[in-house]
Ligand binder design. Structure first.
Ligand code: ATP
Length: 134
């Protein structure tokens, strides 16, 4: 029986994180889910939001821009479109992205422009929320 989980967070650019953790909580498309060691295997799509994990008494936070999670009894792999740990988030950039997205939402001429602006706004909001955790 495992008493820790190997958490890997991978983006198209790099492996953001590979650490032994006690618990993972991820933003599943059907709602947030928590994983402790020896969880039954499953796959889940992830929405834009926040992933958190605990090592001992220390909880850390990662902004996740959507992706997939594969859960095994001793291993959780997160394949994220993009992801940043709270401490790595550039708040000035995220605020600028939020303002740009809000302007694009107001000025959108069709459903496509509206949807892409809405997605950009969600990413910026997720980054700003996670950045507040540090
Ligand atoms: P922006 O308009 O500022 O580029 P975006 O939502 O379009 O934001 P993404 O396409 O999600 O950006 O990410 C592109 C790359 O930039 C990824 O590597 C992502 O980790 C990084 N990134 C985006 N915004 C930030 C931020 N505020 N702080 C740190 N890294 C960021």
């Amino acid at each position: 029986m495992a008493d820790k989980i190997l958490l890997e967070v991978v983006t198209p650019e790099k492996t953001l994180l590979k650490e032994m953790v006690d618990i993972v909580v991820a933003p599943g498309e059907e709602g947030e889910f928590g994983v402790l060691p020896n969880h039954i295997p499953f796959l889940s799509k992830l929405k834009v939001g926040e992933l958190r994990f605990r090592i001992g008494a220390n909880t850390r936070f990662i902004a996740i821009m959507g992706g997939f999670a594969e859960v095994l009894p001793d291993h959780v792999t997160i394949l994220a479109t993009a992801a940043e740990e709270a401490t790595q988030i550039d708040v000035v950039r995220a605020k600028a992205a939020r303002e740009r997205a809000e302007r694009r939402l107001r000025e959108a001429r069709d459903r496509y422009e509206f949807a892409t602006a809405q997605a950009a706004l969600q990413r910026a909001i997720a980054r700003l929320r996670t950045a507040e955790r540090r």
